[in-house]
Design a binder for this molecule. Structure first.
Ligand code: SF4
Length: 92
């Protein structure tokens, strides 16, 4: 398979992301370990509210679960929720 063909296929796998409501708010969807727990919880809740109205929630959630995305809110699920769903224990 040519490099151009592989790149096209990867682009197509991410098409849904162009329609995500989080495009302009990446900082809200990822926590820093330096942020206090209360701030992280408020950011997570706000991000999940945005996800609830997002037209690509299902695709985003599936991507995050299939690819074991470790960090951030994806498809309305927090890091901890995805770890629980996958039967993993969080270490950080
Ligand atoms: S479901 Fe949430 S994280 Fe996923 S694209 Fe939509 S707004 Fe972004």
């Amino acid at each position: 398979m040519s490099q151009a063909r592989r790149l096209t296929r990867i682009d197509e796998q991410w098409d849904w992301a162009d329609h995500g409501h989080c495009q302009a708010l990446p900082d809200l969807f990822y926590n820093s370990e330096h942020e206090p727990k209360g701030v992280r919880r408020r950011k997570e809740a706000a991000a999940k509210k945005i996800c609830a109205g997002c037209p690509v929630l299902a695709e985003c959630r599936e991507h995050a679960l299939v690819n074991s995305e470790l960090y951030g809110v994806w498809g309305g699920m927090s890091e901890a929720e995805r770890h629980r769903e996958a039967g993993r224990t969080r270490t950080g």
